[in-house]
Design a binder for this molecule. Structure first.
Ligand SMILES: [Ca+2]
Length: 218
């Protein structure tokens, strides 16, 4: 009996070790970017995955970069680079619109490459407002697979009532079954009948991949 018990114990111990080595312990199915498992795969995903992880930063010091202005509004609007204000460096984006129809959206937009897989994509930026206790326009953001065209494509992530430069961010999860093109946009939504000017600077796009670690039966 003592010998059989000993065999059972070591068999059980061996199974536990094998199971953990196969990665089927709780919580191992999805691993973070900092996990060594991902880092081993990261080299295979270069260069777009690493670019997203490191962050795509734009300060508008030497132009618009790959960003471009766009809008959906019946009244005049403009988006220009300016030295009037800056969060980093000396240049930022001036976004101005006539809100007298009490309607419309103005934004800057750029393409990004999204490698195959499931990604948590985020955009962080600084937004300047003169500050007001009421009648503030909305701060908009978008991340998706289609280029945004209208107000309804965007998500409101705040209101432009804080005086000076303030950080804003937006993130979402996107799953693609092959390498593809996505779009990121940030802007303002007109909700009060007046001219308004806001500024954008220090925009960073980041991507965090969710890596599915294969189990022994896959
Ligand atoms: Ca700048």
């Amino acid at each position: 009996m003592r010998k059989k018990s000993c065999v059972r114990f070591f068999t059980f111990l061996l199974c536990v070790i094998v199971f953990f080595e196969m990665g089927i312990c709780p919580g191992s199915a999805l691993v973070s970017f900092s996990n060594p498992h991902y880092l081993r795969h990261a080299t295979a995903l270069e260069p777009e995955s690493l670019r997203l992880h490191q962050g795509l930063f734009e300060s508008f010091e030497e132009g618009f970069g790959v960003w471009e202005p766009d809008a959906s509004t019946p009244l005049p609007w403009f988006v220009t680079r300016t030295e009037e204000k800056a969060h980093t460096g000396t240049w930022s984006i001036n976004m101005t619109a006539d809100g007298h129809f009490d309607d419309g959206t103005v934004w800057i937009v750029r393409e990004i490459c999204i490698p195959e897989g499931t990604w948590t994509l985020g955009v962080d930026f600084f937004f300047w407002s003169e500050g007001s206790q009421f009648n503030n326009w909305e701060v908009f953001a978008y991340i998706g697979l289609l280029r945004p065209e209208i107000e309804a494509d965007f998500t409101c992530i705040g209101h432009a009532g804080i005086q000076g430069w303030s950080p804003y961010n937006y993130s979402t999860t996107i799953q693609v079954d092959h390498d593809t093109t996505g779009w990121v946009a940030i802007g303002i939504n007109i909700v009060w009948e007046t001219w308004r000017t806001h500024y954008f600077d220090s925009v960073t796009i980041t991507g965090l991949p969710q890596i599915h670690q294969k189990n022994w039966w896959e």
